[in-house]
Design a protein around this ligand. Structure first.
Ligand code: ZN
Length: 290
């Protein structure tokens, strides 16, 4: 099943939901980042959460989720746009933690203390910035806590990453269900009951069920219509032009120092790991064209 996401609205307007399959996306990104299994599950959840939240973007809008915790992974970052392009990075890819209660210790790897940052570039003068303290450090609950308290939209979030025997991503995906203002509030306790009995998203994905079927199972008996369906893919927006702009921003003094100290400058994109090599002459040109 190709990675994609769907966004739906129930016919009575009470609930909005997004669901996604992100298996290839998580595998591709985590392979580039060199994550260990716990790092893969942690970053995979954040990638899936960003992709789901991206379903509300339009045009050139962008969204980024960042988690900074006091655990070994240090900092995780996932970004997306309205077209379903996703990229992500992790500061320390290897958590090096043993499993806890037969599960990957994501909360331990992220750290129990820290913050979830949400940045939305909606094409306005300044990007919107939101931040909450980490709630459980399991990612899905942290995102639900942010959506419910900071954006004040009561939300349930499920994010899952399942690994195979070789630690490859065998299934990844998730969903967000949100109560719309003025909607039928009796639906929330009903959904919570259903959620408690619903198999994990990754188990449903492995049975071959896609985002729409997962939402059908979750919202059984509540009619809904699909508002948006988007393919998801890994894409990094970095370029030589961007790297040169960043270097120019360092200022002449710093560039002169770099020219004096090293034969060549190597810049590696934190997201796609593309390497940009710049000679002394490249740097000198930057100063002269300033
Ligand atoms: Zn890149």
């Amino acid at each position: 099943m190709k990675d994609h996401l769907v966004r739906i609205l129930t016919n009575d307007g009470s609930l909005r939901a997004m669901a996604a399959v992100t298996t290839d996306l998580v595998e591709k990104i985590c392979r580039r980042q060199g994550t260990d299994p716990t790092g893969t599950v942690a970053l995979g959840r954040l990638i899936t959460g960003a992709a789901l939240m991206g379903s509300l973007l339009k045009g050139d809008q962008r969204l980024a989720l960042m988690i900074e915790g006091n655990g070994p992974l240090s900092k995780l970052h996932a970004e997306t746009d309205a077209e379903g392009h996703v990229r992500a990075s992790i500061k320390v890819p290897v958590a090096g933690l043993p499993p806890k209660d037969n599960r990957f210790d994501v909360a331990g790897a992220i750290g129990r203390a820290g913050f979830l940052h949400v940045v939305k570039d909606l094409g306005l003068k300044e990007p919107y910035r939101g931040m909450v303290q980490l709630y459980s450090s399991e990612v899905a609950e942290d995102l639900a806590y942010y959506l419910t308290t900071s954006e004040q939209v009561p939300s349930t979030v499920a994010l899952g990453v399942n690994l195979g025997l070789e630690a490859e991503v065998s299934a990844a995906g998730g969903f967000i269900v949100q109560a719309m203002p003025g909607g039928d509030e009796s639906l929330i306790p009903l959904l919570e009951k259903r959620l408690a009995t619903l198999p994990p998203t990754t188990a449903l994905l492995k049975e071959g069920r896609g985002p729409v079927q997962i939402l059908e199972q979750l919202l059984e008996g509540i009619p809904f219509s699909i508002k948006n369906e988007t393919e998801l893919s890994f894409r990094c927006s970095c370029s030589l032009k961007q790297v040169l702009g960043m270097l120019q921003g360092l200022g002449e003094d710093e560039l002169q120092e770099m020219i004096a100290q090293q034969e060549a400058t190597t810049i590696t994109c934190e997201f796609c790991k593309q390497v940009y090599n710049l000679s002394k002459d490249d740097l000198k040109l930057l100063i002269s064209t300033k």
